[in-house]
Design a protein around this ligand. Sequence first.
Ligand code: PLP
Length: 464
Amino acid sequence: MKEIKILLKERDIPRKWYNLAADLPGKIEPPLGPDGNPISPEMLAKVFPMNLIEQEVSCKRWVDIPEDIIKILLRWRPAPLRRAVYLEEYLKTPARIYYKDESLSPAGSHKPNTAVVQAWYNKKFGIKKLTTETGAGQWGSALAFACNIIGLECKVYMVRISFDQKPLRKLMMQVWGAKCIASPSDETNAGRAILERMPDTPGSLGIAISEAVEEAVSDKSGKTRYSLGSVLNHVLLHQTIIGLEAKKQLKIAKEKKPDIIIGCVGGGSNFAGLAFPFVYDKIHGERIKIIPVEPTACPTLTRGPFAYDYGDTAGMTPLLPMFTLGHNFIPQPIHAGGLRYHGMAPLASHAIMDGLLEPRAYDQVKCYNSAFIWSKTEGTIPAPETSHAIACVIDEALKAKKEGRRKVILFSYSGHGLMDLMGYEKFLSGKLSEYHLPESDLKSSLEAIKKFPKTKRQRERGNR
Ligand SMILES: Cc1ncc(COP(=O)(O)O)c(C=O)c1O
């Protein structure tokens, strides 16, 4: 009988996180301040606590996980590595499909892996309140959960379209004691300015980030900080526990290595968490195809340039070197709310520039079709974000069948879709259609970054 659940003992939970910044072959370009010069850690001090800033700028390969954090992570980790045998049988593929099941955390996704860590470091630094943004509501609920168990106040700016589409996520945040409001809101200068220009906007992650950062830095007591659920180096670092566990589990399953690794990407954290420990192996000669998957409605990696851009809409963050669609980009309200972000993690962006990753884009109709195949074979209902990874897994498994090759596919099952059934309802009633970002929209959105400083690679190679 094939083993379908590969479990680690609690004592086998990884004790260190892996930092890809130590190993990327190309030099990492620094974030820039308003004067166009690299920012110093002190310049971030009003936004993040210094202990997390130290992780953000660190190039140390391994970072110890404090014992107190291990204790908290053990509430739901190690996460199972599962084999999708029923999907394999349905597809009649010789491929072996494994996935890290991140849907079993208290909030239902990978997001608590960093939420509890960030809350813990903030508390240790003497912070009393965290502000944040949320797209699909997964991150907001993860941070609400983390602040509740660690003892911090929590305020979440939720992108308007998700606030309307996913009222249950808002309730989860309230159960855990957080305050959740729709963004853009009239509680911040950034929100009020957007509402004046675009009163009916569905909102975007970029706008919600501006609001949450503004609230944190304008607290005169100095006891509020901002927390981000993706994109930044320290967030990706915390998520590497996923890939580090998977490595141990593949060994138990007697697999030498994965041939293909797949994850959906919004800001890049679940993908990076699974993939980066294997990117290390690839840098050191292993043959692994590593695919980040994004929506065709928000094609940052497949159609955007690698350039300096703000992480938010109002320009409150430093300029980050990353793939971007332009900070003013407002994606179509597709149901994968967590993938509607204009930028991408700088570390993942650099890995692409170094030729280590092969990004791909899928439209939402193909993704929902894949989610249905998954639910009818494996049984669970994936988050719409996760369905992007599943669509790619199915493509790769069918390719392996065509080629008659016994590939090992590993992917990140980043979350369940039990709070996202409205999207499924729209799909079932035929109200969702394919959407590919028109070239003219992309061009006009990129106008906003034309005059920004150029990355070294843009200067050397010319833009893509
Ligand atoms: C279930 C799920 N998967 C993936 C993502 C995308 O985020 P990231 O790219 O940071 O993993 C989100 C974001 O909200 C999410 O909720």
